[in-house]
Structure formats: structure tokens, C-alpha cells
Design a protein around this ligand. Structure first.
Ligand SMILES: [Cu+2]
Length: 310
């Protein structure tokens, strides 16, 4: 009576083994991606990326180990204690088991504790400011672009202009570009001219908010960029209508190229900090249309702010 099962016991075992083996080459072929936990960029992009990447990947490894043990236990219970043909009535009903409850409450506490200790350790290391940075840059977010002042060299990039996204692929031209020398200690001092923004260079794996008017939180990013190249940056805090067009680039170049870029800015007359004429608007003053109630407004200095829709 009844239909014959599609696969007998040993066939099923073989199928499971074959499926397991088939995933091995698939995993090996994307090992570079896997080893960095599918994060963008490279492990060595900045002095902080190895810390961030390792924390991320190791957390996943720990999670998978816990997951495999848990899944294994679940499978074992499902199979070992399945209802047999000759079973009659209910299995023994157990209302509580104190040692077991202590066990499964303490394990998650230990897991969270371990994650906390490692996260805290890496976060402190990442947030630590260089005592003597080689390069200090004042980064200003504004609706909807970026300004960069090279503090020690006393020059600035041109006032940043909002990107205009057309719907076509490609990098919008005239993006404000921050130059960083490779292998040098860089301190970015993040500030905002108006509302809350967030500085995010995707491949640096770090982002940090910029709040108007207060600096009690840590407004610095301290990194040593270790790979030359061009990186895309964006605002990561919804800051108004054209938030998505608040884009910039970072170019990590050799010291020589960096020096010549600085000389270039000097020759073009981009000396001194950009935006010294920005004056803080009193909290009580009415906000101009489209701006947050309180912030810093451009006055006197002509900072291009493009607010018109295309
Ligand atoms: Cu923004």
C-alpha cells in the first residue's frame, strides 16, 4: 500500500553530500568578495578599513558558528524526537527546566557581551585622533554640496556645487573633489553650514554625521589613506530636497601630486579658508524658504547654491 518514496535513505544521503560538495567551488570562486564580507573596496583602503572589515567578517563568522550549532540542534531534535508510527498519546509534558533556562538565557548574554567588547575596542581605535596629523581639512556640508579647506596649507577647493543627476549613468561632472596624500595622517574636521548632513566615502567604510551648532560629539575622522585612486562620496543624512545630489569625490594621490594640486589652488587665488564670511543666523531669525529653522547662512560671500529643479 502507498507510493514508493522518490528516494530511499542512502540516495538521500548521497544527494545531500553532492549538494554540499557543489557549493565548495562556488564559494572558492568568490573568495575575495567573501573574505571582505561583501563590503565594497579593499581591506587596505585606509588605516581604519582593516579594523572595520575584520570586525564585520569575524562577527559574521561567530554568528554562523552559533547558527550552525543552533540549526544542528534543531535538526537533531526534529529527527530524533519525531513521532514514530507506534506512538500513542502525547509525549511527556515538561513545564520548566531551570538549568536549561539559565543556560539559554546566559548564552545570548555572553554573545552580546563579546560583540560589545570587540565593537567598543575597534570603535575606540577608529575614533582616536592623531596627536600630530600631517594634513588637516575642514569639511563643510551644505545644502547640497561640500566645501573643503586645507587648513595647514591655508588654501581651499572651489566652493562645491550640487551635482545634477540626469538619470543617465556616469559620474556627474564638476563634483567637488577632496585631495588626500597617500600614506599621510589625515584629520577631517566635519562641520555643516546649515542642516544636519553626514560625510560618507563609501569605500572608506566610515560615515559620520555633522550637526549644526554643536561639537560635543566627535566631529573628526582620522585616517591614513593607503591606496591611491578615486573614491565616491555622498551625504548619508536626508538633508532636504536635493540630498541625493550632494555628491563629491576623494582623490588619494602621491605626496608629489598633492603638493602640486595645493600649489595649483594657491596660484588660482584660492587662499585662506572658504566661507569665513558665513555668519551664524540668530536662532530667532525666520528661516528662509527651504532651510531648516536654525543654521548657518551664506552672507556676503557668493557660495553657489543651486536650488532650482531641472
Ligand atoms: Cu546632506
Amino acid at each position: 500500500m502507498g507510493t514508493k518514496p522518490f528516494m530511499n535513505h542512502s540516495m538521500r544521503r548521497f544527494a545531500a553530500l553532492a549538494a554540499g560538495l557543489a557549493t565548495v567551488p562556488a564559494l572558492a570562486s568568490c573568495s575575495a568578495e567573501v573574505s571582505r564580507g561583501f563590503l565594497p573596496g579593499n581591506r587596505e583602503t585606509t588605516s581604519n578599513t582593516p579594523l572595520i572589515m575584520d570586525l564585520w567578517v569575524n562577527s559574521w563568522i561567530a554568528a554562523l558558528i552559533v547558527g550552525i550549532i543552533t540549526w544542528g540542534l534543531m535538526l537533531w531534535v526534529i529527527i530524533a524526537y519525531r513521532r514514530r508510527k507506534d506512538t500513542v498519546g502525547f509525549p511527556p509534558q515538561i513545564s520548566y527546566n531551570l538549568p536549561l533556562e539559565v543556560f539559554y538565557l546566559s548564552i545570548p548574554l555572553i554573545v552580546i557581551g563579546v560583540l560589545f567588547v570587540f565593537t567598543d575596542r575597534e570603535q575606540r581605535a577608529i575614533d582616536e585622533r592623531f596627536p600630530n596629523p600631517d594634513v588637516v581639512i575642514d569639511v563643510f556640508g551644505k545644502q547640497w554640496s561640500w566645501d573643503f579647506n586645507y587648513v595647514k596649507e591655508d588654501v581651499h577647493e572651489d566652493a562645491g556645487q550640487q551635482a545634477h543627476l540626469t538619470g543617465n549613468w556616469g559620474t556627474p561632472d564638476r563634483l567637488p573633489t577632496l585631495y588626500l596624500p597617500e600614506g599621510k595622517k589625515v584629520e577631517l574636521h566635519l562641520q555643516t553650514r546649515d542642516v544636519q548632513h553626514s560625510f560618507w566615502v563609501v569605500e572608506f567604510l566610515q560615515k559620520r554625521d555633522m550637526y549644526p551648532g554643536h561639537e560635543q560629539f566627535n566631529p573628526y575622522i582620522s585616517i591614513t589613506p593607503n591606496r591611491t585612486g578615486e573614491y565616491m562620496g555622498k551625504c548619508a543624512e536626508l538633508c532636504g530636497e536635493y540630498h541625493s545630489e550632494m555628491l563629491f569625490k576623494v582623490r588619494v594621490v602621491s605626496q608629489q601630486e598633492y603638493d602640486s594640486h595645493i600649489a595649483d589652488l594657491k596660484a588660482r587665488g584660492n587662499t585662506g579658508p572658504l566661507g569665513v564670511d558665513y555668519v551664524r543666523r540668530p536662532e530667532s531669525a525666520p528661516a528662509p524658504a527651504g532651510l531648516a529653522p536654525a543654521g548657518v547662512e551664506p552672507q556676503a560671500l557668493d557660495i553657489p547654491q543651486q536650488r532650482t529643479a531641472q
